[in-house]
Write a protein of this length. Structure first.
Length: 255
Protein backbone atom coordinates (compact mmCIF):
# COMPACT_ATOMS: atom_id res chain seq x y z
CA UNK A 1 0.00 0.00 0.00
CA UNK A 2 1.39 3.38 -1.02
CA UNK A 3 0.87 5.83 1.83
CA UNK A 4 3.93 8.08 2.05
CA UNK A 5 5.65 9.55 -1.01
CA UNK A 6 8.90 11.47 -1.24
CA UNK A 7 8.77 14.03 -4.06
CA UNK A 8 11.94 15.71 -5.35
CA UNK A 9 10.36 19.18 -5.43
CA UNK A 10 10.36 22.17 -3.08
CA UNK A 11 7.23 22.35 -0.94
CA UNK A 12 4.51 24.26 -2.84
CA UNK A 13 4.16 27.84 -1.64
CA UNK A 14 0.41 27.92 -2.22
CA UNK A 15 -2.16 25.88 -0.32
CA UNK A 16 -4.05 25.57 -3.62
CA UNK A 17 -1.31 23.41 -5.13
CA UNK A 18 -2.72 20.42 -7.10
CA UNK A 19 -0.39 18.15 -5.14
CA UNK A 20 -2.60 18.65 -2.09
CA UNK A 21 -5.57 17.59 -4.21
CA UNK A 22 -3.74 14.34 -4.96
CA UNK A 23 -3.22 13.77 -1.23
CA UNK A 24 -6.94 14.12 -0.57
CA UNK A 25 -8.05 12.10 -3.57
CA UNK A 26 -5.75 9.11 -3.04
CA UNK A 27 -5.24 9.26 0.73
CA UNK A 28 -1.46 9.65 0.56
CA UNK A 29 1.05 11.93 2.25
CA UNK A 30 3.51 13.83 0.04
CA UNK A 31 6.79 14.97 1.54
CA UNK A 32 8.67 17.50 -0.59
CA UNK A 33 12.46 17.52 -0.63
CA UNK A 34 14.63 18.71 -3.54
CA UNK A 35 17.24 16.18 -4.58
CA UNK A 36 19.29 18.84 -6.35
CA UNK A 37 20.56 22.29 -5.44
CA UNK A 38 22.17 25.10 -7.38
CA UNK A 39 25.76 26.05 -6.59
CA UNK A 40 27.50 29.10 -8.02
CA UNK A 41 30.95 28.96 -9.58
CA UNK A 42 33.75 30.67 -7.69
CA UNK A 43 35.52 33.63 -9.23
CA UNK A 44 38.56 31.43 -9.82
CA UNK A 45 36.49 28.88 -11.71
CA UNK A 46 34.70 31.54 -13.74
CA UNK A 47 37.96 33.23 -14.81
CA UNK A 48 39.02 30.01 -16.53
CA UNK A 49 36.42 30.81 -19.20
CA UNK A 50 38.36 34.02 -20.00
CA UNK A 51 35.25 36.18 -19.97
CA UNK A 52 35.24 39.79 -18.79
CA UNK A 53 31.82 40.93 -17.58
CA UNK A 54 32.57 44.50 -18.62
CA UNK A 55 33.09 43.50 -22.25
CA UNK A 56 29.32 43.16 -22.62
CA UNK A 57 26.59 45.78 -22.79
CA UNK A 58 23.62 43.51 -22.07
CA UNK A 59 22.88 40.35 -20.08
CA UNK A 60 20.25 37.70 -20.84
CA UNK A 61 18.70 36.09 -17.77
CA UNK A 62 16.76 32.83 -18.08
CA UNK A 63 16.32 32.22 -14.34
CA UNK A 64 16.72 33.78 -10.91
CA UNK A 65 19.76 31.57 -10.41
CA UNK A 66 21.40 33.34 -13.34
CA UNK A 67 20.61 36.73 -11.78
CA UNK A 68 21.98 35.77 -8.35
CA UNK A 69 25.19 34.27 -9.65
CA UNK A 70 25.88 37.06 -12.14
CA UNK A 71 25.79 39.73 -9.44
CA UNK A 72 27.50 37.51 -6.85
CA UNK A 73 30.40 36.89 -9.21
CA UNK A 74 30.64 40.59 -10.01
CA UNK A 75 30.84 41.33 -6.29
CA UNK A 76 33.40 38.60 -5.65
CA UNK A 77 35.58 39.86 -8.49
CA UNK A 78 35.09 43.48 -7.32
CA UNK A 79 33.53 44.53 -10.60
CA UNK A 80 31.14 47.46 -10.64
CA UNK A 81 28.38 46.84 -13.16
CA UNK A 82 27.78 50.01 -15.26
CA UNK A 83 24.47 51.80 -14.69
CA UNK A 84 23.72 51.68 -18.42
CA UNK A 85 23.94 47.85 -18.54
CA UNK A 86 20.80 46.39 -20.14
CA UNK A 87 19.05 43.31 -18.84
CA UNK A 88 16.88 40.99 -20.95
CA UNK A 89 14.75 38.48 -19.04
CA UNK A 90 12.62 35.65 -20.37
CA UNK A 91 9.72 36.62 -18.10
CA UNK A 92 8.60 39.61 -16.03
CA UNK A 93 9.06 37.90 -12.66
CA UNK A 94 12.77 37.58 -13.34
CA UNK A 95 12.92 41.21 -14.48
CA UNK A 96 11.34 42.32 -11.21
CA UNK A 97 13.74 40.12 -9.27
CA UNK A 98 16.64 42.20 -10.60
CA UNK A 99 15.53 44.95 -8.19
CA UNK A 100 17.31 42.94 -5.51
CA UNK A 101 20.58 44.15 -7.03
CA UNK A 102 19.95 47.24 -9.19
CA UNK A 103 17.38 49.99 -9.55
CA UNK A 104 14.62 48.93 -11.92
CA UNK A 105 14.39 51.18 -14.97
CA UNK A 106 12.25 50.41 -17.96
CA UNK A 107 14.83 51.72 -20.38
CA UNK A 108 17.35 49.10 -19.32
CA UNK A 109 15.21 46.10 -18.28
CA UNK A 110 13.28 44.13 -20.89
CA UNK A 111 11.28 40.92 -20.68
CA UNK A 112 9.40 38.47 -22.84
CA UNK A 113 5.84 37.27 -22.47
CA UNK A 114 6.10 33.52 -23.02
CA UNK A 115 8.66 32.56 -20.38
CA UNK A 116 10.88 31.14 -23.12
CA UNK A 117 13.83 32.60 -24.97
CA UNK A 118 11.97 32.79 -28.28
CA UNK A 119 9.48 35.20 -26.65
CA UNK A 120 12.38 37.50 -25.76
CA UNK A 121 13.96 37.56 -29.22
CA UNK A 122 11.81 40.44 -30.59
CA UNK A 123 13.05 42.68 -27.76
CA UNK A 124 16.66 41.68 -28.36
CA UNK A 125 16.33 42.17 -32.11
CA UNK A 126 15.49 45.83 -31.49
CA UNK A 127 18.90 46.20 -29.85
CA UNK A 128 21.14 44.52 -32.41
CA UNK A 129 24.17 46.63 -31.51
CA UNK A 130 24.34 45.19 -27.99
CA UNK A 131 26.90 42.59 -26.95
CA UNK A 132 24.91 39.96 -25.09
CA UNK A 133 26.23 37.78 -22.28
CA UNK A 134 24.11 34.70 -21.48
CA UNK A 135 24.79 33.12 -18.05
CA UNK A 136 23.85 29.43 -17.98
CA UNK A 137 24.09 26.30 -15.87
CA UNK A 138 26.88 23.83 -16.52
CA UNK A 139 24.16 21.55 -17.90
CA UNK A 140 22.49 23.13 -20.93
CA UNK A 141 21.82 22.54 -24.58
CA UNK A 142 22.55 24.76 -27.60
CA UNK A 143 18.98 25.93 -28.16
CA UNK A 144 19.65 29.50 -27.00
CA UNK A 145 22.94 29.74 -28.88
CA UNK A 146 21.38 28.46 -32.09
CA UNK A 147 18.44 30.84 -31.84
CA UNK A 148 20.64 33.88 -31.26
CA UNK A 149 22.94 32.80 -34.09
CA UNK A 150 19.93 32.55 -36.36
CA UNK A 151 18.98 36.15 -35.52
CA UNK A 152 22.59 37.26 -36.08
CA UNK A 153 22.91 38.73 -32.59
CA UNK A 154 26.30 39.29 -30.98
CA UNK A 155 26.31 36.95 -27.99
CA UNK A 156 28.46 34.79 -25.73
CA UNK A 157 27.30 32.00 -23.45
CA UNK A 158 29.06 31.30 -20.17
CA UNK A 159 28.65 28.95 -17.21
CA UNK A 160 27.99 30.66 -13.87
CA UNK A 161 26.36 27.93 -11.79
CA UNK A 162 25.88 24.19 -11.63
CA UNK A 163 23.35 21.69 -10.36
CA UNK A 164 24.67 19.34 -7.68
CA UNK A 165 23.10 16.56 -5.65
CA UNK A 166 21.46 17.46 -2.35
CA UNK A 167 22.43 14.33 -0.44
CA UNK A 168 20.48 12.88 2.46
CA UNK A 169 21.67 13.67 5.98
CA UNK A 170 22.32 10.86 8.45
CA UNK A 171 19.14 11.83 10.29
CA UNK A 172 17.11 11.60 7.08
CA UNK A 173 18.63 8.19 6.31
CA UNK A 174 17.69 6.81 9.72
CA UNK A 175 14.12 8.12 9.48
CA UNK A 176 13.53 6.96 5.92
CA UNK A 177 10.02 5.48 5.83
CA UNK A 178 8.74 6.27 2.35
CA UNK A 179 6.83 3.83 0.17
CA UNK A 180 7.59 5.64 -3.08
CA UNK A 181 10.13 8.11 -4.43
CA UNK A 182 9.22 10.30 -7.39
CA UNK A 183 11.89 12.31 -9.21
CA UNK A 184 10.37 15.49 -10.61
CA UNK A 185 12.62 18.34 -11.61
CA UNK A 186 12.99 20.88 -14.40
CA UNK A 187 16.67 20.00 -14.31
CA UNK A 188 15.88 16.42 -15.25
CA UNK A 189 13.94 17.56 -18.29
CA UNK A 190 17.23 18.70 -19.79
CA UNK A 191 18.03 15.02 -20.31
CA UNK A 192 15.48 14.95 -23.11
CA UNK A 193 18.30 16.45 -25.15
CA UNK A 194 20.53 13.45 -24.36
CA UNK A 195 23.01 15.38 -22.23
CA UNK A 196 25.25 12.53 -21.08
CA UNK A 197 26.80 14.59 -18.28
CA UNK A 198 23.43 15.23 -16.65
CA UNK A 199 22.36 11.61 -17.07
CA UNK A 200 25.55 10.57 -15.27
CA UNK A 201 24.86 13.10 -12.49
CA UNK A 202 21.33 11.92 -11.81
CA UNK A 203 22.43 8.27 -11.92
CA UNK A 204 25.03 9.15 -9.33
CA UNK A 205 22.43 10.72 -7.05
CA UNK A 206 20.28 7.64 -7.41
CA UNK A 207 23.17 5.33 -6.52
CA UNK A 208 24.10 7.40 -3.46
CA UNK A 209 20.51 7.36 -2.24
CA UNK A 210 20.33 3.62 -2.84
CA UNK A 211 23.53 2.94 -0.92
CA UNK A 212 22.51 5.06 2.07
CA UNK A 213 18.87 4.20 2.46
CA UNK A 214 19.46 0.51 3.18
CA UNK A 215 16.46 -1.73 2.54
CA UNK A 216 14.84 1.00 0.41
CA UNK A 217 17.37 0.40 -2.32
CA UNK A 218 16.58 2.18 -5.57
CA UNK A 219 18.17 0.89 -8.75
CA UNK A 220 19.22 3.20 -11.53
CA UNK A 221 16.90 1.45 -13.95
CA UNK A 222 13.88 2.48 -11.87
CA UNK A 223 15.03 6.07 -11.85
CA UNK A 224 15.62 6.18 -15.60
CA UNK A 225 12.17 4.78 -16.20
CA UNK A 226 10.76 7.59 -14.09
CA UNK A 227 12.81 10.13 -16.00
CA UNK A 228 11.76 8.72 -19.37
CA UNK A 229 8.11 8.82 -18.40
CA UNK A 230 8.39 12.40 -17.13
CA UNK A 231 9.62 13.55 -20.54
CA UNK A 232 6.22 12.69 -22.01
CA UNK A 233 4.33 15.15 -19.82
CA UNK A 234 3.87 18.90 -19.76
CA UNK A 235 3.98 19.39 -16.00
CA UNK A 236 5.16 17.36 -13.00
CA UNK A 237 1.58 17.30 -11.71
CA UNK A 238 0.28 15.62 -14.88
CA UNK A 239 3.03 13.04 -14.60
CA UNK A 240 2.38 12.43 -10.92
CA UNK A 241 -1.37 12.15 -11.38
CA UNK A 242 -1.02 9.66 -14.22
CA UNK A 243 0.94 7.29 -12.01
CA UNK A 244 -2.19 6.80 -9.92
CA UNK A 245 -4.76 7.00 -12.71
CA UNK A 246 -3.08 4.17 -14.65
CA UNK A 247 -1.99 2.24 -11.54
CA UNK A 248 1.65 2.21 -12.68
CA UNK A 249 2.80 1.76 -9.10
CA UNK A 250 5.13 -1.16 -9.89
CA UNK A 251 7.42 1.07 -11.95
CA UNK A 252 8.03 3.50 -9.10
CA UNK A 253 7.53 1.42 -5.97
CA UNK A 254 10.66 1.14 -3.81
CA UNK A 255 11.27 -2.44 -2.70
Amino acid sequence: MIKKILVSQPKPASEKSPYYDIEKEYGVECVFRPFFKVEGLSAKEFRQQKINLLDYTAVVFTSRHAVDNYFNLAKEMRITIPEDMKYFCVIETIALYIQKYVQYRKRKVFFGTTGKIDGLIPQMARHKTEKYLVPLSCVHNDDIKNLLDEKKLNHTECVMYRTVSNDFTEEENEGFDYDMMVFLSTTLQVTQHHDTTQVTNVQGVCCRIGSKVGRHHMGVEIFLCTWHYLCQHTTPFQFFNKIFCHRMISIYYIL
